[in-house]
Design a protein around this ligand. Structure first.
Ligand SMILES: Cc1cc2nc3c(=O)[nH]c(=O)nc-3n(C[C@H](O)[C@H](O)[C@H](O)COP(=O)(O)O)c2cc1C
Length: 173
């Protein structure tokens, strides 16, 4: 059975903490964790996995976290082939102060990795989230898991639990 790679970019550590919680839901020998800042060298790191969880917080006005910038340029230039890979996205945002671009980075990652051939899984209904708009909403759903530790930290655990439940149909136990 294929292994799972979790790759995340996190400036203040929030998305990193989410990533660490996600790891706990999978068997230790099945799942590896990469901080984009320290552990990512090139896309071969990702292509060794059939299942990927990719995390980015959103910064600026709806942009990806800094450590994703160069890799996304590389992705566009080198066009590694993600055909057959199952990818799900997650990331932290702030629906109150940044409700016009809430977790928009997930939408940016979605566009890049879909273009690269990946099968995207793990969309999340917008019910229960309060925000104005988001580049991460497609066909009425978020393309991945939004977490808001600034305003709704009490919902984090439950959001992670139900997302993982949904992912189990696509990802190994
Ligand atoms: C300058 C600045 C810009 C931000 N821009 C956005 C944004 O566009 N959309 C959003 O949802 N959150 C935005 N945020 C909120 C961060 O994504 C949020 O604080 C998140 O928890 C940071 O996660 P990290 O520690 O993993 O980087 C912004 C925060 C700051 C300080």
């Amino acid at each position: 059975m294929g292994k799972i790679g979790i790759f995340y970019g996190s400036t203040a550590g929030v998305t990193g903490e989410i990533a660490e919680k996600l790891v706990e839901h999978f068997d230790e020998d099945v799942c590896d964790l990469y901080n984009m800042e320290e552990d990512f060298d090139d896309f071969d790191d990702m292509l060794q996995y059939d299942y990927l969880l990719l995390g980015s917080s959103t910064w600026g006005s709806g942009e990806v976290q800094n450590d994703w910038r160069d890799p996304l340029v590389e992705l566009e230039d080198e066009k590694p082939d993600f055909t057959g890979k199952k990818i799900a996205f997650f990331g932290a945002g702030d629906c109150n102060c940044h409700g016009g671009n809430f977790v928009s980075a997930l939408g940016i990652l979605y566009d890049y990795f879909k273009e690269a051939g990946a099968t995207i899984v793990g969309d999340v209904p917008t019910d229960g989230y309060t925000f104005k708009s988001s580049f991460a909403v497609r066909d009425g759903k978020f393309v991945g898991l939004p977490i808001d530790e600034v305003n709704e930290s009490e919902k984090t655990e439950e959001r992670i639990e139900s997302w993982i439940e949904n992912l189990r149909q696509y990802f190994p136990q």
